[in-house]
Unconditional design. Sequence first.
Length: 526
Amino acid sequence: MPDVPGVPGVTGQALPDRRPGSQSASPSPQPEDRASDSQGAAPDQPGAATPSFTSTTAASVPSVPSEASAVKPEIQKDSDSDFCELNLLDDVEIEDQLVFKKEGEDGPEVRGGAVDALIVHATQAGKIEFMYQEAFLTTYRMFIPPKVLLEKLLYRFHKFQPFHNSSDQRKKLAHNAFSLLIRVVDELGLNELDGEITERLMMLVHELICDGTLQLARPLRRKLLEKCQKKAGAEAAAAGAGGAGGAGGSSSMSGSSIPQSVGPAGDSQDSLLSFKSLDIAEQMTLLDAQIFQKIEIPEVLLWPSEQSEELSPHLTMFTEHFNKMSYWCRTRILTQDDPRDREKYHIKFIKIMRHLKELHNFNSYLAILSAVDSAPVRRLEWPEKNLEILHKLGQLIDSRSSFKAYRQALAETDPPCIPYLGLILQDLTFVDYGNPDKLPDGNINFAKHWQQFNILDSMRRFRTSNYRMARNERILAMFSDFEDYMQEEPLWQLSQKIKPRGAGAGSAGSGVNTGGGGHKKQNSVS
């Protein structure tokens, strides 16, 4: 599919170019000569008794042990090891292994550290350093896989177990490690919850029940069940959608987050002009929100370095939806033979944009703006009044001053809201290219991940909020998933047929610097 020209920064909803040669960052070597709080070895070291993930095939919704049915398993305990001094996960205090910002420096307090030091610090984060823990949970995948992080948290939890007859300090350390583990499980992507992780967590629930620590077993069991049921539901929905057009088809856009529909299905006589602009904007917003709420933070975070449609399926779907909508709008305008009809469609889309802005749907807003301000449409003759309105609407995404107007509007917007992901991806790409993964001493550059965390703030704020509007089946049928559109070259041919080259100066366009321009084709997800 061709990309959307004439849109800020990354030109439409196009995803940034694949960066060649990118590799996953590996954990830093562990510092030596560390004092251990208690005996035991680090994961992957000789003598360690770390709970490990074993390959298995998980059922759709695994049977999680109940409190009544648990039989105490044989649990291998940590043994003495000559390697324990190397393990930062055994340490009570870890601050001397972290790199803090210097006086007068901007940015986060923690600038970097070894992987295990960052993990331990995340388990200790209290109210004062709450944001550090949030940044860690959002970005840890950039330097350690979820499965390995869970292994390390399990190791630290078991290191300071059992709770019975333990000091208050050891209980607190074990509890903190377990609390972070719960957060990691809760925020796992559905594609990350594989059979190995599921079975190991089920074993942990079983172990906790047998040990009598029900206050820990219950929340983990509940989170695990919720995740497994959600994954099973998503797989069933995907299987159903596959029989009706696949992930990109309209069937894949049906879900429980959309309120019950109203009105009969449309007929072939319905057109954009048959409906109120507000009603059209609402239905566009519902479709956008349905996909947007499925996008998981890791999909967006990993895109600049991985560029994997497999790892970012919902982000890819959202991008395709944006592009299809934009080209559908261009097609509606340029396929009208009567100049008066073209003008009606042109002003109709401008009115829809006004309502989209009021609905805080910046995604569809920019999709339509990229259509009415695209070169094949812009070069035609339009009433001066239309162009003045379009100019005012376009000022929101003026690329000068790094899209200051849009960023300010987004910061002041309350949920529900659908942000423009193209700018988020652009910002993440700049951070990824412009900052090293590691500090000169070889430690993880956490300041880089702090920047990524701040960029993703709008997604975190908005992705869980729902729009309370009913589906309108007539309008949705008229949309037909925006599949009825023409490619870039046929649109140019139509534009030149309407107004041959050299036939006049044409309209001046919106006069807004959007960061795109012309009709140069760009890369896009197809």
